[in-house]
Design a protein. Sequence first.
Length: 295
Amino acid sequence: MQPAHLPVMLEEVVACLAPKDGGLYVDGNLGLGGHTEKILETCGPTGQVVGFDWDAAALTLAQERLARFAGRVHFVHENFTSIKETLMELGIGTIDGLLLDLGLSSLQLDVSGRGFSFKGSEPLDMRMDQRQTTTAAQLVNEATEEELADIFFFYGEERQARRIAEEIVEARRKEKIVSTAQLVALVDQAIPKRFHPKKIHVATKVFQALRIAVNRELDSLEQVLADGASLLAPGARFCVLSFHSLEDRLVKQAFRENPLLEAVTQKPLTPGRAECLRNPRARSAKLRVATRGLN
Ligand SMILES: C[S@@+](CC[C@H](N)C(=O)[O-])C[C@H]1O[C@@H](n2cnc3c(N)ncnc32)[C@H](O)[C@@H]1O
């Protein structure tokens, strides 16, 4: 059976992270453990990984997959923004490498039933961590028209943001918007047919925007880029896989401007054709790598 999530650019990521025997690595986005499994296989019998995921369901599956590495993996059910405190609690000062594989796993997208996908009809939730309080339904039903337009414009780069926000506010006066199918229909209605995108689903950008807003993804990324850099041992690698331009921009900027880091990739690495055919989710991936300087 095909695994529920295929790790993206696995060979490239491990080559760039260059795990060494007995090294200590952090996987900020453990997901189903695909990258961590390979890191553990590469860093000898004493190498270790601290893996973060704030989705309890993902963590459970990763624990099953990585059971044979018992004692070499620490599973952390927290946002990766807690990296400093968590490592301090584990008695860890510096790390030999840090990987971020941002966004959602295929499992969350396809089968979580939490409203990440515009296919089918699911409750409008979109919380990666069920302990968070604000859901997508709350934003859609309670944010002002202006706030919604800003979310769609800034987090989705959606040019029809105002029209969509207006349609939503009009519709919710009559009936609460609770499902992904309702939202898709409203976006479809709001955007004049001649502006419907050709290559992506009409609601792709709105779904991306809401997910980013619900999970405060860009704030978290900025924080982990700064905190993560400060934890790297001299010469250690920081590898980030991102999946849209807003994320990639923040990574590029941090790798250029953080005085602790030296960018290894001036241009991001991207997956080969064969991988994109095998795993369409890989198509938008960009891998950037930096090294912690020696001083
Ligand atoms: C693309 S998947 C990772 C897949 C993984 N590399 C693998 O090979 O199986 C991203 C994972 O990161 C988690 N995640 C996203 N943002 C997070 C955050 N701020 N803190 C912790 N986990 C996060 C998601 O719940 C998801 O399981």
